[in-house]
Design a binder for this molecule. Structure first.
Ligand code: HEM
Length: 473
């Protein structure tokens, strides 16, 4: 007798809304507590910051990721940090936090990001840019950003270079297998009942057979890199794998840990860049403000000189946070309730059921962000020109509390560096379907992906030669 469940099962919501997350947002906004229950899914969905804090901090142990989630991603991620709870999570979190806090890994990450931007991304965009005499080539920037983040994350985590941004080369076997394995694992979550994919896995049929084959390729390659690294010595290598090898001896466990990082840092960064470029194309005054700030901090036609300069780009940071407020790369995230509980807004949650917090809806709620919440306004993050972070339970884009994203700082360095290079060197124009749409249409998956990609035309801006030199000295 529930109207919402009926609309969910008959798909009648899709007559009015492009995306499931837009329909959930509508329902969450209408609910007096900003919490709803989808009975047929056994899922309580909330956009209430007090509930989010309760789940992610106050009663953290009562809201683990849970078995249903870890089974879905288990074949790909194994015992990696992204997929485990309890002691195994605590151990990996401690080890990874120690490593990621070191200044040596920060400069290694920065070095990789700038190499990939300077030697791959910018030359690629320049090669297809429109000129006075030629129209240029339409490029799917979403695809380019996915290639960019895969190249960067593989080098950062494994010390491997898959060279996905070199369009003239065929995609490496590893990147094809990784793409397929992530896609097929995410599709497991979309089957009506987990029994369906479990039976297909047991019989080794269809998508489950393909998933098994893709994971086998990933395993062979990952274990081969680990073996080589052990033989040649890992102490001088700076990538995450080599660093974790100093603490962990079990090769399969090492493989799992590093694959989690690859999954966590790849599509999220690509997604954030895609929606940022889409929003910038619709808000040229923000592009001008980013350029003015860069000219003031870095100097007109000057290269970025230090990590410190990147930190001083407050407006750019605000614009990126604002973009992810409206288009979070992870639109919703679920936990499973261990023991019966009551959320701060009075919602009862039964043991064994799912609770989902919804950053996409939270970004669109008046009570959280004010009546202008649907507008793209970087200024809302600035006080006297200085970036001012909001309460993370109100903005759980990187999650919040004990399980907050471990790569947040690296992600911001990546996003700022790519955005700055693109905005200062190119004019980007949306083409095909995208210019006329007010909201993007998303494909189902673990991270927000524009269905149909982000087709654009790029044009080089006229700059003095110095900006074409290496970005960081
Ligand atoms: C814009 C980019 C990014 C966003 C929005 C983002 C967001 C998130 C979110 C929401 C989670 C929680 C997921 C969950 O528990 O279900 C998470 C976890 C995580 N992220 Fe990120 N992430 C980003 C980039 C990165 C990067 C670049 C890395 C790697 C360097 C990374 C590494 C991780 C790891 C290891 C976890 C698991 C933490 C744990 O379970 O304790 N992320 N991230």
């Amino acid at each position: 007798n529930c109207e919402i469940c009926d609309a969910y099962l008959t798909l009648s919501w899709s007559k009015q809304f492009d995306n499931l997350c837009d329909w959930f947002t509508y329902l969450l906004k209408k609910s007096p507590t900003n919490t709803i229950h989808i009975h047929v899914l056994g899922n309580t969905i909330t956009a209430n910051p007090d509930n989010v804090e309760y789940m992610l901090k106050t009663r953290f142990d009562n809201f683990p990721k849970g078995k249903p989630f870890s089974t879905i991603l288990g074949d790909l991620l194994g015992r990696g940090i992204f997929n485990v709870d309890g002691e195994s999570w605590r151990f990996q979190k401690k080890m990874a936090s120690l490593e990621l806090d070191r200044s040596s890994i920060r400069s290694y990450a920065l070095e990789i990001i700038h190499q990939v931007i300077e030697h791959r991304l910018v030359p690629l965009l320049s090669s297809v840019a429109a000129t006075k005499d030629q129209n240029g080539v339409v490029l799917d920037l979403q695809d380019i950003f996915r290639r960019f983040s895969f190249d960067s994350m593989c080098r950062f985590s494994f010390g491997l270079d898959p060279r996905c941004l070199e369009l003239s080369l065929p995609l490496s076997e590893f990147s094809v297998a990784f793409d397929l394995a992530s896609k097929l694992s995410a599709e497991r979550a979309m089957t009506v009942s987990p029994l369906i994919w479990k039976i297909k896995r047991w019989l080794n049929l269809g998508s489950e057979r393909k998933l098994k084959e893709a994971i086998k390729i990933i395993d062979i390659l990952a274990l081969d890199v680990i073996k080589q690294r052990r033989k040649m010595g890992f102490l001088t290598h700076k990538d995450l794998l080599s660093r974790f090898m100093r603490t962990v001896n079990d090769d399969t466990y090492l493989r799992d840990i590093v694959i989690s990082f690859l999954l966590a840092g790849r599509d999220t960064v690509a997604s954030a860049l895609t929606s940022f470029v889409w929003l910038l194309a619709k808000h040229p005054h923000v592009v001008s403000a980013v350029r003015i700030e860069a000219d003031t901090i870095v100097g007109p036609n000057q290269n970025l000189k230090s990590f410190e300069q990147l930190r001083q780009l407050h407006y750019l940071q605000a614009a990126l946070y604002e973009s992810m407020r409206l288009y979070p790369p992870i639109q919703f995230d679920s936990k499973f309730c261990e023991e019966d509980d009551v959320l701060p807004d009075g919602t009862f949650v039964k043991s064994g059921t799912r609770v989902t917090y919804h950053p996409y809806a939270m970004g669109r709620i008046n009570e959280i962000w004010g009546p202008d919440c649907l507008e793209f306004k970087p200024e809302r993050w600035l006080r006297d020109g200085v970036f001012y972070p909001e309460n993370s339970f109100k903005y759980p884009v990187f999650q919040a509390g004990l399980r907050v994203c471990l790569g947040k700082e690296m992600a911001m360095v990546e996003l700022k560096s790519v955005a700055l290079s693109l905005v200062r060197r190119f004019e980007i124009e949306l083409v095909a379907v995208t210019p006329h749409r007010h909201v993007p249409r998303f494909s189902p998956g673990l991270t927000a992906t524009f269905s149909g990609g982000l087709p654009v035309l790029v044009r080089e801006r006229v700059l003095s030669p110095s900006l074409h030199d290496n970005f960081i000295t």
